[in-house]
Design a protein around this ligand. Structure first.
Ligand code: PMP
Length: 306
């Protein structure tokens, strides 16, 4: 996946050229990962950008700030306006990814959030195509790394420093010839992918780990659960064991970057005859219809059109 930055970013309370949005090498967030972020997709269709579930993303972003006990001087509605203005300024004519990022911008060298109770804030935008393949199955391995736990680095919030955990799992998987990792928590239960939530289908029931099992509270996860229920597919959010996933009928990852990416092998065990499963297919097709503004019922409700 190659991405390029759009020309304008929001930085130090104003719109600037992206290449001018720079920080010092001594920045606290750079050294300790003292930052929180979110990732939002904008889909380009018919000369419009459909921003997917912007309110939910911003709600999660504000919650992440609350979890680490810091603030930024913007309300959710102000953030929404800044994002819409930034999209208008950048005039994308392709799918894009919008990254709000709040960070400890001081050059204080202590790993301490107190000094930075009011965080710096920026937003930038990049082009984004597929993050994982969506048309062919991906191979996954159960990682030897464990997911960070709620009382160490809260997994539900998108905390910058936490992403060393994702990076380690992803590196191990790709070093060993797999596309993606499936990470277990300290109790040995299945959590999620390196940057995506995880689902299986077993006996026509859609199963996904609980939000109390050290996962990111995924916007796409929530969307897929809502869609499955609307399609009368039984959904079971529960703790998932490692060996259950080897015998799943279907399995897939979801995320803003990932979208919906289906799995054909886990630790070399073939899933769903190596093909896209039936329930996976229904959900994937509906998801793509909605995000591109083509579904009467959901597109209007879930997409902010710019
Ligand atoms: N888990 C992790 C670790 C992630 O980084 C992401 C991407 N934000 C997700 C799950 C999926 O969340 P969402 O659907 O909100 O993008």
């Amino acid at each position: 996946m190659t991405s390029s930055a759009f020309p304008f970013a929001f930085f130090n309370k104003k719109f600037v050229k992206t290449e001018e949005a720079k920080v010092s090498i001594m920045t606290n967030a750079l050294q300790y990962g003292n930052g929180v972020f979110d990732g939002i997709r904008g889909y380009y269709r018919n000369k419009k950008i459909f921003v997917f579930r912007l309110d939910l993303h911003l709600e999660r972003f504000q919650n992440a700030l609350k979890i680490i006990g810091v603030t930024i001087p913007y309300s959710t509605s102000q953030l929404k306006k800044i994002i819409i203005d930034l999209i208008r300024k950048n005039r994308p004519n392709t799918d894009c990814y919008i990254r709000p990022f709040a960070y400890a911008g001081s050059v204080n060298t202590k790993p301490n959030l107190d000094q930075d109770e009011i965080f710096n804030f920026c937003i930038y935008m990049i082009t984004m195509g597929e993050y994982l393949p969506t048309k062919v199955g991906v191979s996954a391995m159960v990682s030897s790394w464990r997911r960070i736990s709620d009382n160490a680095i809260p997994a539900r919030a998108k905390i910058s420093g936490a992403y060393i955990n994702s990076s380690l799992a992803k590196k191990e998987a790709t070093d060993r010839g797999f596309t993606e990792a499936i990470v277990l928590n300290e109790c040995g239960h299945v959590t999620e992918g390196s940057a995506s939530n995880f689902f299986i289908v077993k006996n026509s029931i859609l199963i996904t780990p609980l939000i109390t099992d050290d996962i990111v509270e995924g916007v796409t996860r929530r969307t897929i659960i809502e869609l499955a229920k609307a399609l009368n597919i039984q959904v079971n959010e529960r703790t998932v064991d490692r060996t259950e996933i080897y015998t799943a009928d279907e399995a897939f990852f979801t995320g803003t970057g990932v979208q919906l990416s289906w799995i054909n092998k886990i630790d070399k065990r073939i899933i769903s005859n190596g093909k896209r499963g039936k329930i996976t297919g229904l959900l994937q097709d509906l998801f793509f219809q909605i995000v591109y503004g083509e579904n009467k019922k959901y597109s209007q409700e879930w997409c902010t059109t710019v």
